[in-house]
Design a binder for this molecule. Sequence first.
Ligand SMILES: Nc1ncnc2c1ncn2[C@@H]1O[C@H](COP(=O)(O)OP(=O)(O)OP(=O)(O)O)[C@@H](O)[C@H]1O
Ligand code: SF4
Ligand SMILES: [Mg+2]
Length: 367
Amino acid sequence: MTGKAPLVEVENVSVRFGEVHAVDGVSFTVERGEILGLVGESGSGKSTLGRTVVGLVRHPSGRIVFDGRSVHEGSRAAQRALRMRMQVIFQEAKASLSPRHRIGWLLQEPYAINKVPKAGRRTSEGLLAEVGLPAEIATKYPHQVSGGQARRVSVARAIALRPDFLFADEATAGLDASTAASLLNMLRDLVDENGLTILLVSHDLNVVGAIADRIAVMYLGRIVEMGPAEGVVGRPSHPYTRALLASVPVVDASEIGRVVAPLEGEPPSSIAPPPGCHFHPRCAHAIPPMLADASGVRRGGTEAHGLLPPLARSTTDMRSDDRLDEEVVVRNILRGQPGVRFAKRSQEGVRSSRKQCWRSSGMSGSN
Ligand SMILES: Nc1ncnc2c1ncn2[C@@H]1O[C@H](COP(=O)(O)OP(=O)(O)OP(=O)(O)O)[C@@H](O)[C@H]1O
Ligand code: SF4
Ligand SMILES: [Mg+2]
């Protein structure tokens, strides 16, 4: 570990699939012990960006540094060692679990692949207990468990090697609100108790707003807004973020003064994205300099965004205690109220209060 440097540094990364600009010049950092939420519509490039960060997309342009080392450079052995510390919960949880093996076998597979000595392995039952599942799940095949259980199995598999970093791609997709809330609580606990760092991808701002420390909003391959979750959800500045929030159904008219029209239409093609600001064809605030010139867009856009009237959102439900109980999270997800979220301590507080990282505490399966 290298002191207070970010765990992950992404510098001007772009990914193309043929003519598709999946990721377009993205830069950001992920701090140690934080949950960074990544939101955006379908096709905005969230999965591609996350997969690139963990080294699953070959030859991106730009640079990704993990704990001071480049993810895409160095010997095979060095890259392999680095990737053991970065694990993934795939978007299709059940599909990522081989149907031919029992779950107990699947949970031991990461150890076998990485040749972890027996003494460094945890039992499948122990891993299942860590994610709140009974031991008998080890005897079942993936098709014999529910969607929520499959997600938890995916988490158990991902944490088997005691990683430092988890890329969780749509971890709650398709789950009912109660199961989603309990999975989010579990991820939060992994961060607070084990020093894990998470990149949490979702198309749902409610999910990300409920758990993330910071949020990055992605549109057509670019990050258009990024900041502390309270700010992005409570005082969004980019018209796209505002439109995403305005798309959330309002059940209590007194709670939010939403004055922004919800997002309409489909995103433009990522084969030929609009010039200038990619969002301009859907933006009510577009002016000529934003339609063509990328540098002008940045200046004009920032100025224009600063001049937009504040989007009044209720903060009365913000909680000041450490952790929301499941019932409250469920209620708020059901209410479509992204302004309500886990109340987290400051970053410094998170770092100082969390337990020792499981890797440095001698629990690493690779040792
Ligand atoms: N392997 C691939 N080959 C070709 N195009 C791809 C590939 N993977 C992704 N794409 C394209 O890249 C763009 C971004 O896709 P990506 O899956 O990263 O989006 P996403 O934000 O994760 O979407 P979703 O919310 O639907 O999961 C899309 O236009 C997609 O069609
Ligand atoms: S830069 Fe201009 S067109 Fe783009 S989102 Fe901002 S106001 Fe709208
Ligand atoms: Mg995706």
